[in-house]
Design a protein around this ligand. Structure first.
Ligand code: S3P
Length: 432
């Protein structure tokens, strides 16, 4: 790898300042997809313009949806889901984005005029697709994928509604089945044992697509009417905010103000967990819509160890590598168990997190489903390989701010996946 793909993050004394967060990545994907389902013109503000959201745009463009991209806005003009056209080469490239491929597969499977091959980069091509193939086949979909990996070919056909109990807690799988349910005959029910992020269901409600809740069962039925275009502003991304929360808590004499972060309870479990461990984090709720948002104030704090178990994992899934780093600075030994899902992310996040922490001087024990992290450690700094994973690159960068010596991050540019502006903000907040 060329030297220019190594970023040096040096230790700093504190972090101070205000941050406008990027738009939430999960909500950005969904807003783009709903705008493509809708017939007419939609305006999305504060879109996350990372490479993942651009992959969703590229796929939808090939289905005949037009996008006018501004700096943080996008105007979408769509013929509506019934007007989607077959791309000439039949290929949709989902890049690095698990959310794009899993949600798009649900949208495509029931469209009788489409015959699509979904492809992705090396990382996405090694991630399991059986989690969406299985329920979609139960609905009658025609799908082929060697070893349940990409490329995945879907020949659209009329689907039947199903009753599906999610075997893994996954918002991507839940959303895939709900989207497929919009093109299926009869009703589709999805039951989740542990609640995962609920943006798809909430947006269905916002955009007047009939969706029903009965305890932990969500149901939809065939979408008969087209929905009109809409205006939507994406709240700030809590999973991006988490890096600044960590820096603000762990560095002395720090104070950060984060603007308009999503306060959707399915996304803020890391805040609650850290508060229970002694963190000084203040949430100022501002926007009490279906998707609430507000400002967050973070001040330096002494933290105690924490224990994360399987029932907590869906609410913390994207913050776990960072929580493992935070645990190195807390008092006592922290544990993360029941988190095998981490092995199927952009990298194997149990092994990449353990490798990252060990290479900067932390003491960690690895298990098949998690890790133990020894707290109260002075991190030495050192060289980390991001392993093509944006969350490992950003976690290692926060480690650089709090270590004795710099952290050298190989493959840092992968932060573009969710947070292209990450290093500009890091430089601006850092006080020497
Ligand atoms: C996402 C759901 C999560 C998460 C991913 C985004 C989504 O994946 O890790 O970054 O937007 O639905 P799983 O649902 O597979 O856990």
């Amino acid at each position: 790898m060329p030297e220019h793909n190594i970023k040096i993050v040096k230790p700093v004394d504190s972090v101070r300042g205000q941050i406008t967060l990027p738009g939430d990545k999960s909500m950005s994907h969904r807003a783009l997809m709903f705008a493509a389902i809708a017939k007419g013109i939609s305006k999305i503000k504060h879109l996350n313009i990372g490479a993942d959201a651009l992959s969703t745009i590229a796929c939808l463009q090939k289905l005949g949806v037009n996008f006018q991209l501004g700096k943080f806005t996008v105007d979408v003009e769509s013929p509506g889901i019934n007007g989607w056209i077959q791309p000439q080469d039949g290929i949709l490239n989902c890049g690095n984005s698990g959310t794009t491929v899993r949600l798009m597969s649900g949208l495509i499977a029931g469209r009788e005029n489409l015959d699509i091959t979904l492809i992705g980069d090396k990382s996405l091509s090694s991630r399991p697709m059986n989690r969406v193939i299985e329920p979609l086949r139960k609905m009658g979909a025609t799908i082929s994928a060697e070893n349940d990996r990409l490329p995945m070919q879907i020949t659209g056909k009329l689907l039947d509604g199903i009753q599906y109990v999610l075997p893994v807690a996954s918002a991507q799988v839940k959303s895939c089945v709900l989207f497929a349910g919009l093109s299926a005959q009869g009703k589709t029910f999805v039951e989740e044992k542990i609640k995962s992020r609920d943006h798809t269901e909430k947006m269905m409600k916002m955009f007047r697509i009939p969706v029903f809740h009965n305890k932990n069962i969500i149901s939809v039925h065939t979408l008969r009417r087209s929905i009109p275009g809409f205006n939507y502003s994406v709240p700030g991304d809590p999973s991006s905010a988490a890096y600044w929360v960590a820096a603000g808590l762990l560095l002395p004499k720090s104070r950060l103000l984060l603007r308009k972060m999503s306060m959707n309870p399915t996304r803020t479990a890391f805040i609650t967990l850290l508060q229970a461990s002694g963190a000084d984090i203040e949430l100022i709720a501002k926007d009490k819509n279906l998707e609430p948002a507000g400002d967050v104030v973070i001040r330096s704090s002494a933290l105690r160890q924490f224990d994360i178990r399987s029932k907590h994992v869906p609410g913390l899934i994207d913050e776990l590598p960072l929580l493992a780093l935070i645990a190195t600075q807390a008092k006592g030994i922290s544990t993360i168990r029941g988190a095998k899902e981490l092995r199927y992310k952009e990298s194997d996040r149990i092994s990449s997190t353990v490798a990252m922490l060990r290479s900067i001087g932390a003491e960690v024990e690895e298990f098949d489903d998690g890790m133990n992290i020894h707290g109260g450690m002075k991190l030495q700094g050192g060289e980390v390989d991001a392993q093509g994973d944006h969350r490992i690159a950003m976690t290692a960068s926060i480690a650089g701010l709090i270590s004795e010596e710099p952290v050298y991050i190989r493959g840092w540019s992968t932060v573009d996946i969710s947070y292209p502006n990450f290093y500009n903000i890091l430089d601006r907040l850092s006080k020497k």
